[in-house]
Design a protein around this ligand. Sequence first.
Ligand code: NAD
Length: 367
Amino acid sequence: MTKKLKILVVAGDGIGPEVTGEAVRVLQSVAELGGYDFQFREELIGGVAIKAKGSPLPEDTLKAALESDAVLLGAVGSNEFNALPPSERPEAGLLKIRSELGGFANLRPSFAWPGLSQNSPLRPEIVEGADILFVRELLGGLYFGAPREWDKRVNAAWNTMRYTRDEVVRVSKVAFELAAKRRKKVTSVDKANVLEVSQLWRATVTEVAKDYPDVALEHQYVDAMAMHLMNQPRNYDVVLTENLFGDILSDEAGVITGSLGMLPSATIGGKVNLYEPVHGSAPDIAGKGIANPLGAILTAAMLLRYSAGLEDEAAAIEAAVKQVVADGVRTADLARADKSVEVSSTTEVGSKVREVLVGARASAAAR
Ligand code: NAD
């Protein structure tokens, strides 16, 4: 039976449409090569949605998202709306779609691309070979816990870091399942020497680990982990952590890849999975055709892996990206460290990825 997939594309603002355009074209190539039926529908989110419909997440967009098999998002944010209160800005649309879709596990790979180590501020011998998958809990912890308040009468403010055992169990299972298919190691990050919530986290993760005897579990305190990630990133496979720690550590580990434009992400476990590159709308380069589309293209690979079970196709996209990078094809953000490199545009990089995909398929068929 033909594999059908309904994909909602919400390209958003700034470079969002430029990079998601390339990701969609790569998905269309995969569909043609494999005989799949991928149906794309486009809706508005962010600043463009405010302008057209008066809301950063119009009802139509949310309805279409809930009816789809996967949502591919570009980026939101535009300086034009900076004067509005946070609840009315483009970013409010992103927060709302994330919470409405309900994904609790945010997956962020951090990979040292061969040939790009000179773009990282870390020494090549430290980053080369690093391949980490962060599994960050996304719906609990300090960002959502109550009570939360800034009480100006007493000049004090507070937030609450809260987790239930069930919330830790479900995200831990995701981490162990993924590690079982990778290098079979989970590093759980907490602050169990100080926080009760981390003690519950550590006890629960340890309990879940018993169901995965082939996967090694280690615990690290978050402060030590921040240092280890920069000293020895190759030591880590799957890093499991709560919302705030994951936010900070996965950004820190972004330096391994050498450019924000190379980082994909997926949020899974909810009603519909949400896929988005890590970068924002980059107003400074929007409309110039120079944005790096590889983060969005790698995000499309994650979509095939986690929403369609098309592991071979996902791996083929990742291999094509690796090839394109190894061949020296670079948008400006990647060429910065090497002045001798010819700079390619967003669409040129996207076309190269598709060429490599099609070529790899043709040579596999000829064998
Ligand atoms: P940003 O990620 O948009 O840009 C940071 C820097 O990285 C800029 O210099 C930009 O040119 C560069 N950059 C980002 N993506 C790139 C790419 N694909 N290729 C080449 N260079 C790239 O972050 P920012 O400047 O802090 O924020 C800009 C806007 O985006 C703000 O409105 C912010 O709220 C929003 N934002 C949205 C998201 C999202 O939609 N997920 C994430 C972060 C920021």
